[in-house]
Write a protein that binds this ligand. Structure first.
Ligand code: ARG
Length: 245
């Protein structure tokens, strides 16, 4: 009797301590899941991850009074990380897409983007329609992957990093790469002998992924995004990384 009373007392104390820390533990960080293989949106510079998305997320975190923490992972792990709560937000040049909306919510879009086709100079591919019966490289799990996989008669080669697809093109292992326009411009500028088709493959919009049940965070993110847009800060960040043609 006596021992069980003591045990009970200890348990009650432990439980209330747990409850107490549970209540007093205020969230101080905003954890962003990304895939830093996507210049100019997110890429590594030394030890840090920089780029448009990193700066937008930092500005949002500042506005919310939180400290931004960036978790770099495979692109196709980001949605699961957001769903499971491992990350609060997914910011990765992520296109708003019907299929993804089943798993996560998206903020208001923060930019318009496009999928484009990269080919070798002198290639016979002159428009996206010519990809038929060709070998096309994409980054695994991206909208490029989803759209090209839906095409009839196209062999899809999936790479973990967009740049690996570009390398395969340079080595003539594939005939074309379908990837987002701004990273495509960066990769083409770094390598001789490849170019971007004038005709886009698709036009799309990037937004921030938030867990389905997290409406409060979604509202906060949208409020911060709206402020960034109104103050001109959003455009300023974009202009820092993308020079108008
Ligand atoms: N916009 C494309 C998508 O949402 C590609 C994004 C890839 N982003 C990255 N950080 N690797 O699927």
């Amino acid at each position: 009797m006596k021992t069980s009373k003591i045990i009970c007392g200890i348990m009650a104390a432990a439980m209330s301590a747990a409850l107490f820390t549970g209540c007093s533990e205020k969230k101080t960080t905003l954890v962003m899941a990304t895939n830093a293989e996507f210049p100019p949106y997110e890429y590594r510079e030394g030890d840090s991850i920089v780029g448009i998305d990193a700066e937008i997320a930092k500005a949002i975190a500042d506005d919310m009074g939180l400290e931004l923490v960036i978790e770099d992972m495979a692109f196709d792990s980001i949605i699961a990380a957001v769903q499971s709560g491992k990350a609060d937000i997914g910011v990765a040049g992520m296109t708003v897409d019907e299929d993804r909306l089943v798993s996560v919510n998206f903020s208001d879009p923060y930019t318009t983007a496009a999928q484009v086709v990269i080919i070798k100079e002198g290639s016979e591919i002159a428009s996206p329609a010519d990809l038929e019966s060709k070998k096309v490289g994409v980054q695994l799990g991206t909208t490029g992957d989803i759209y090209v996989s839906d095409m009839q008669n196209v062999t899809v080669e999936r790479y973990n990093k967009g740049f690996e697809a570009v390398q395969a093109l340079l080595q003539d292992k594939i005939d074309a790469v379908v990837i987002d326009r701004e990273p495509a411009k960066v990769f083409v500028s770094q390598n001789e002998g490849i170019k971007i088709l004038d005709e886009e493959y698709t036009i799309e919009e990037y937004a921030i992924a938030v867990a389905k049940n997290n409406d409060e965070l979604l509202a906060d993110i949208n409020a911060s995004l709206a402020k960034l847009e109104e103050s001109g800060k959003l455009q300023e960040i974009i202009d820092k990384y993308i020079t108008a043609e």
